[in-house]
Design a protein. Structure first.
Length: 257
C-alpha cells in the first residue's frame, strides 16, 4: 500500500509510504489519502491524527511528476473543488491533525503541512514550493495559504524562486510549532498528541472551526459567529464533565458528546 493507516485508541497515524519516490503522491496515493481523511472525519473515536512520510529523507515531495495523468493544469485547477491536493490542504477537517515533518516537504507536501493544525519538524526538514521551476504553480493551497501564515515577502520569495528553507530558518515565522533533532521527533510528537487527547474533543473541534471560519471576519462579527461546532461544544455533556472533574479532583472522562 502507498499509505499506511493505523488506529490506536483515539489516535490515527497516516504515513505516506513511497520512500523510494521521496513519498511523492501519485494518483493511487491521492485517492487513498482522500479515503483515509473521510474515514477519520466520520469515526467519532478518532480524536487526533498524525501525518508523516516513511523513511528519514522526506515527508512528501509533492506530486509524482513521473506519472502522466493526462490532465491539464486548468482541468486540475477547476476540479479541485475545495478538496485540495491530498484532501487536506483546503478541506476543512474538524479532527486535529499534526504534521510530523521528518524530511523534505515540497510542493504538495508543504501544502499538506499548511493544512495541518500543529507542525512538528526535525532539524533536517526542508520546505519549499518549487512548482515554478517545472512550469507549474502551487494550486493546492500554497499561493493562498502560505502568504497568510508567514510574512508575504518570505512566502513570495519561496514560491517565485523555488528555494528551499530549513526548518530552523522557517521556525521564527510561526509556521512550525516545534523544531527538534531527528532522534527526538517521535517523543515531541507524542507529547503534543497526549496534550491534545487530554482535552475535550468537541472543544478542540470548536476551537479549530471558529479560528478557521472567522479569519476573514471583522472582530465583532467573529465573536458572534454561530459556528455549529461551537454550539455543540457549549451544549455537550463534556462541558459539564470538565468542571465536575475539576471539583472532584479527578481526570475528566470525555465522551465527545
Amino acid at each position: 500500500m502507498s499509505v499506511d493507516f493505523e488506529i490506536s485508541g483515539n489516535l490515527a497515524r497516516v504515513t505516506i509510504n513511497r520512500p523510494d519516490s521521496l513519498n511523492a503522491v501519485d494518483t493511487a496515493t491521492h485517492a487513498r489519502l482522500g479515503e483515509i481523511w473521510t474515514e477519520i472525519e466520520t469515526n467519532p473515536d478518532i480524536r487526533c491524527a498524525v501525518l508523516t512520510g516513511a523513511g528519514s529523507k522526506a515527508f512528501c515531495a509533492g506530486a509524482d511528476l513521473k506519472e502522466n495523468t493526462g490532465l491539464s493544469g486548468v482541468d486540475y485547477w477547476k476540479g479541485i473543488s475545495g478538496a485540495g491536493f491530498p484532501g487536506i490542504a483546503l478541506r476543512q477537517m474538524s479532527t486535529p491533525v499534526i504534521a510530523r515533518v521528518n524530511g523534505l516537504a515540497l510542493g504538495g507536501g508543504l501544502e499538506m503541512v499548511l493544512g495541518c493544525d500543529i507542525v512538528i519538524a526535525a532539524t533536517t526538514a526542508r520546505f519549499g514550493l518549487p512548482e515554478a521551476k517545472v512550469g507549474r504553480v502551487p494550486l493546492d493551497g500554497g499561493m493562498v495559504l502560505l502568504p497568510r501564515l508567514i510574512p508575504r515577502n518570505i512566502a513570495l520569495g519561496m514560491m517565485m524562486t523555488g528555494r528551499l528553507i530549513d526548518a530552523e530558518a522557517l521556525e521564527p515565522y510561526g509556521l512550525l510549532n516545534s523544531v527538534v533533532p531527528p532522534e527526538d521527533l517521535d517523543d515531541e510528537v507524542d507529547r503534543w498528541v497526549q496534550d491534545l487527547l487530554a482535552c475535550a474533543p468537541l472543544s478542540l473541534k470548536a476551537i479549530k472551526a471558529v479560528s478557521r471560519q472567522t479569519a476573514h471576519l471583522p472582530l465583532q462579527d467573529a465573536y458572534q459567529y454561530p459556528s455549529e461546532e461551537l454550539v455543540a461544544a457549549l451544549l455537550s455533556e463534556d462541558a459539564d464533565e470538565g468542571p465536575a472533574a475539576f471539583r472532584e479532583k479527578r481526570p475528566p472522562v470525555w465522551k465527545g458528546r
